[in-house]
Design a protein around this ligand. Sequence first.
Ligand code: ZN
Length: 625
Amino acid sequence: MVLHGGGNTSVKVRAPDVFGKPEDLLYVKGSGWDLATIEVAGFSPCRMDRLLKLAELPRLSDLEMARELRVSLTEPSAPAPSVEAILHAMIPHKYVDHTHADAFIALSNTPRGLDYVRECYGDGVVIIPYVMPGFVLAKRCFEMMRSNSLQRVVGIALMNHGLVTFGETAKESYDRMIDLVTKAEDYIARHRVGQPLTANPQPSAAISRKAIASLRQEVSKAIGKPAILNKSVSDPDLQFARRGDIATISQQGPATPDHVIRTKRVPLIGRDVPAYCAAYREYFERNKARGVGRLTMLDCAPRVILDPELGLCTVGLTAGATMVARDIYRHTIRIIEQACAIGGWKALSEADVFDVEYWDLEQAKLRASSGSKEFSGEVALVTGAASGIGKACVQSLLDRGAAVVGLDIDPAITTLHARPDFLGLTCDLTQADAVKIALDQAAVAFGGLDILVLNAGIFPKSIGIKDLTLESWRRVMTINVDANLVLLRECYEMLALAPAGGRVAIVGSKNVRAPGPGAAAYSASKAALNQLARVAALEWADAGIRVNSVHPNMVFDTKLWTDEVMKARALSYGLTVEQYRRNNLLHVSVTSADVGELVAAICGRAFAKTTGAHVPVDGGNERVI
Ligand code: ZN
């Protein structure tokens, strides 16, 4: 019923102020909080008398209202009160609920919506034709409620927008909301004509990473910066994208106007991004005179894409925004299908939607949430990501705003982070097919690849050349060299399509410059990887892909270094563990986090014009210098 910031609730309480004088307050949902996860701190305490006085003003601009709502707060650090705060204040009941329930929106977004809503609810609900949210809507509600006998009214139906209910207890208000939504659901079920349309049921074609990454590149170009693109793998989404009437039903507008800031007014059908942009510019030109003052056009790129092969794709500046757009559009699909079943889908007019898209208060919400970190909208893939240096690289990349795919043979990778911008996949990197499947999943989740971090590797037990079997030599080569060749080869296409240029960071080793006795296979494998990196830098520069390496040494907070190994190695040099840990020119201990930060840095702006570089991170080593 309440989807990503849509809807709000409030309660009226009397509490003493700092002087002990009782004061009537409205606790209303604060802007930026979501009802699914709201806490006490998310409710803004407003002084009731101030809100009621505002309601008497003949008019109040949006910006003035937003300012006045802030002024009414008793807690300066509280979030900005919901733009519907005045509406909540004017309703005399203690508890108020407001939702954008799917069934009600389906009912009201039909050519005969007003008749349906009237028939569905009878006299107990006041019906308000669509007005933009904010002061005007609050005034309209106030007038409508005054002219109705309040005793019998349990709620307000806001056409093309949502429902409001109220009560003396939270439960009474909530039960009334559930009752009104259930009535709308039952009404739809009773009036449904014919069977739901079944679309082309063919299975989707094999996933083409290149097709997805090309689409993401085009969309990013239209936005002017890299964006995340998610491809839905759900069958109903694909079926909807393949409906024969998709060009009509998907092009009418959003389910409720507040969705426009997350989804744009209409989805792109197919993959012609420049055509979508041209149409968006025309839409802006047609409507720009409606704005107060001079409006600046938002980027022209789509946020929702319906393609007969790719199905539903959604776009956002962060992985989180992409998921929000997907959730909203899935509800939109359901709402459109319900509305179609009871006589047709009819969204709000283009002009009404434009007003909300270019409304100062909605723009403020977007500005507050738009990502601006160094790797915002970019996708990184890290191998060996479940622990040690790989795990630290994941953290450094997430901290800079990238969406990260972590691969590891250890299943712990799948639960490393529970957040929308991380995807952990179990993968045996020595199996080329498993690598391809993992890359497909990365493309589906985030739309491509900008940064590849080759970190996974093994460090076998110390053994002299005279005892080294070909079998253990080959095992090291398989993991430390062959697997990285496959990864580089398979990632090339996506890296070449990276909107801001692809980057490869290779975690090498001090051993490349300064090998150690007993580590023949390891040192040779890292030297081979080093040479592979240099050739990749030569071959891929034309595609704008930078390939740089970091060379750590003595990073002890990794799985390789157990306490026993540390003690044994320190003893063999006649040092204490602490002396051994800092056994470098600078006498510093090098940590996984240090390496993670350097990896992120060589993928960042400071190294934007560098490729083929080799940077040590070892505290200074005489043999390397
Ligand atoms: Zn609303």
